[in-house]
Structure formats: C-alpha cells, structure tokens
Design a protein around this ligand. Structure first.
Ligand SMILES: Cc1cc2nc3c(=O)[nH]c(=O)nc-3n(C[C@H](O)[C@H](O)[C@H](O)COP(=O)(O)OP(=O)(O)OC[C@H]3O[C@@H](n4cnc5c(N)ncnc54)[C@H](O)[C@@H]3O)c2cc1C
Length: 396
C-alpha cells in the first residue's frame, strides 16, 4: 500500500492549491480527482487578493500569460433606480493587488491541476474517494481503485464535502437559504459600456434578483441570474425565466440585445452553507467543502485559495513538528477562527448588499477617501487584512 504525507481529495482550486503549496514545501502529496478534466464548473470571476496566493505558488505566471482576460474592476448597475457605481481595483487601499482575471473554469482548473503535477503532486484521475478511516497516526483512504495511507487528509471535494460529511452536519445559511441561479455562456454580449473589457458587471434587478456578466478572452461571456425561490423554476422553465428577467430590465436587455447562447442553461440552488467544523486532528477542509456564501462578490474561489494557504501552513508545521494535530493550539494558525473571520466579513458585505439600496450606501462613503479605499479592498477580497479600517471598526 502506498503511503503519503497528505492526501487531498478534489482537484478544484482549493484542493489543487493546497496540494501545490505542500509539494513546494517538499511533502509527498497525492491528489484524487473523480472527473476527467476539462469539465464545466461555475465560479469564473476571480478576485485581486487571490493574486497573492497565485504569486506564492507561482501559478500567476500561467494566469498572466495572456490566455485569460484581465479584470480591473467591478461595475454595479441598479435597474430599478438607473444608478451605477464602479469599483476600480487600483483604488483599493494600498492597491496591493490592482487586478484579477476572468477564467473559463474548464481551462483554469485543468491548468491548475497540471501545474500542481509539475510541482510534484501525484495526481490520480479519474479516481473516486469512497471513505476514510481515522486513527491516531493517520488516515486509511479507500477509493474506487485502491487503498492508501496518509498522515493527514484534506477535503477539497467541493459542495459534496465527501470526506467529512459522514461525521458532521452542514448548516444552511438562513440569510439567503432560498437563492438559486440560472446561467449560461453567450456570444455577442455588449461590452462597449465597460471601463475595461474584462470587468465583471453585476446588475441589481427587479423582484429581488441580480445578474452577473463575466467577459472571457474572445467573444464569450458568462451570464447568470440569481433569484429567491419565491420565483422557483424547473429546468424546462429556465429559458423563459431568464428571458423574462432580461426583458424586465432595460439596461440588461440592451446589453443582451445581440447575444446568442452557446451553452445549455444550468441551474444551481440553495448554495449558502457552512460545515460545523473546518478542521480536526488529522483532517482539514478547504473551499466549498468548508463553507460557501452567495456569489454576488465572487468570493468562492478566493475563499478556496485562502483556505488552501492557511491550511497548508498548518499541515507543513504539523509534519515538521512531531505530527501534531491540525487543530492543535500549538499549530501556526487557529485555522477555524481565521477562516470564520474572513468568511464572516464577506457575509457582512453580503448583508449590506441584500438589505437593499446598495449603490446609495456606497455613495455615502464614496466622498470619504479612506473608507472608499477600504471598501474597494474588501470587494477585492482583502478580508484577511486587519489594516482595513472597515474591518477594524467592525463594519465588515
Ligand atoms: C451560481 C454560482 C456562481 C458562482 N460564481 C463565482 C464567481 O464568479 N467567482 C468565484 O470565485 N466563485 C464563484 N462561485 C463559487 C465557486 O464555484 C466555488 O466556490 C469554487 O469552485 C470552489 O472551489 P473548490 O476547489 O472548493 O471546489 P470545486 O471547484 O467544486 O472542486 C471540487 C472537486 O472535487 C471533486 N470531487 C468531488 N467528489 C469527489 C470524490 N468523491 N472523489 C474525488 N474527487 C471528488 C470534484 O469533481 C471537483 O473537481 C459561484 C458558485 C455558484 C453556485
């Protein structure tokens, strides 16, 4: 039976990045991914503060090689009040990270996994995790193709939380328990109004809905609508639901006028939750396997990457210091507390959005140079920065 320092389950951004960090630190890492890549995945708009992680692992060189479109800001328009606001990432606090990228996930995830492999991660794909047996000295991992042993295991399996769900509960976030999204890829969506071609546009629509348009390199744009389940739709009604929301909102209608759909519609529902615990003695969760928030602020991949950064630090320390627990108080980070802090701040920002009148609220701080910089830094994903005044004063 093969033995590893760490087994990572799931080859999405969270799993891949945890595995890469650990391989770069010289550990023996196995990553198990059940799907053959490329495969479709939603979560296409990245945040500027993720570039910190990308630079640390070195993946930034792939990301910035010209294949992906640069995202310099986020444009919010309100279809009800006809108002708009632009978050220019270059004005975010000290603007440590002035841009991000928009990525077609099938390509991005494949690039990330190949990069992990190049850095020394052993990848088994397609191979499906089945179960794990824990002991004081490690974990016995069973897949559909074999049995392996490791000192630690990372659950990066996304919403399935396949490693840790047998021993813990998922708690749904009551604040937006009923949200669902309908989305597809289109060609010919108007980009002429954007300050910079790769900017994300978030539309505040009538009837408690909001939309995203995420432009990719070339002519394809991802377009989605998020709404509450008061307006629940079945798959066969998705096109009608989508077209009606476009027709109801003049600005959205205008930018979609010449758009042609190039993928089927997809639906995801009830996506906000957190697991009871994020880390244990021999296990840790990253990304969606840990928690997931409503996607207005494109926080998903960023949370996955930040969790990968902090969990891999604890695993590295544990491996070098007598294999202590990942949740041992002697370890580098109180991982759970650290992750709950950043996720909690995103939640506070979401509350400001969902309570309504979002653009006006931002206008009120717009005149105050430092507050606006702090808000842009927050929208850029700087939720783990204590230098941010909105966070220091508990506003976020
Ligand atoms: C409507 C919507 C819009 C979104 N928009 C954005 C956005 O604009 N920006 C953003 O950053 N995020 C967005 N997200 C969130 C984003 O999709 C996720 O947060 C992100 O993909 C999480 O990455 P991950 O690595 O944790 O998990 P995933 O990307 O889900 O990867 C998990 C991997 O684990 C594998 N796996 C699962 N079970 C097993 C098993 N038994 N054995 C082996 N492998 C397994 C899966 O095949 C998968 O490849 C959005 C989400 C939704 C629902």
């Amino acid at each position: 039976m093969s033995s590893y320092d760490v087994i990572v389950v799931g080859g999405g951004p969270g799993g891949c990045t945890t595995a890469t960090y650990l391989a770069l630190k010289g550990h023996k890492v196995l990553l198990i991914e059940k799907e053959v890549f490329p495969r479709f995945k939603i979560g296409e708009s990245l945040l500027p503060f993720s570039m910190e992680v990308m630079k640390e692992t070195g993946f930034y060189d792939v990301l910035s090689s010209g294949k992906y479109i640069q995202k310099n800001g986020a444009y919010f328009f309100d279809s009800v009040t006809n108002d708009n606001i632009y978050f220019d990432f270059a004005n975010g606090g000290k603007a440590e990270f002035p841009h991000a990228y928009e990525v077609i996930r099938s390509e991005f995830d494949k690039d990330l996994l190949e990069y992990a492999q190049k850095k020394g991660v052993e990848v088994r794909q397609p191979e499906e995790f089945v179960n794990a047996e824990f002991s004081d000295t490690g974990v016995m991992v069973k897949t559909n193709k074999g049995i392996y042993h490791s000192k630690y295991i990372v659950d990066g399996s996304g919403r399935a939380s396949i490693v840790t769900s047998p021993f813990q509960k998922k708690v749904k976030n009551p604040f937006y328990i009923n949200n669902f999204a309908v989305f597809a890829h289109f060609e010919g969506v108007d980009r002429s109004y954007l300050k910079s071609e790769g900017d994300i546009c978030v539309g505040i629509l009538k009837n408690k809905a909001w939309s995203w348009t995420i432009p990719f390199k070339g002519n394809t744009t991802s377009v989605g609508i998020v709404s509450t389940q008061e307006f629940v739709v079945e798959m066969q009604q998705s096109e009608e639901f989508f077209d009606q929301r476009v027709a109801d909102n003049p600005f959205f209608h205008q930018i979609m006028k010449n758009a042609k759909r190039t993928s089927p519609f997809m639906i995801q529902s009830n996506f906000s939750y957190a697991n009871e615990k994020f880390v244990g003695n021999r296990w840790g969760t990253v990304g969606d396997a840990m928690s997931f928030l409503d996607p207005v602020f494109s926080s998903g991949v960023h949370v996955s990457l930040m969790s990968a950064k902090y969990l891999s630090t604890n695993i590295d320390f544990a491996l070098r210091n007598g294999e202590i627990g990942l949740d041992d108080p002697a370890n580098v980070h109180n991982y759970e507390e650290l992750m709950k802090m950043g996720v909690g701040r995103f939640h506070n920002l979401l509350q400001i959005f969902y309570e309504g009148d979002f653009i006006n609220k931002i206008r009120n701080i717009e005149g105050k140079e430092h507050s606006m910089g702090a808000m842009i830094a927050a929208v850029s994903g700087g939720m783990w920065r204590d230098s941010n005044s909105l966070m220091r004063f508990g506003i976020l």
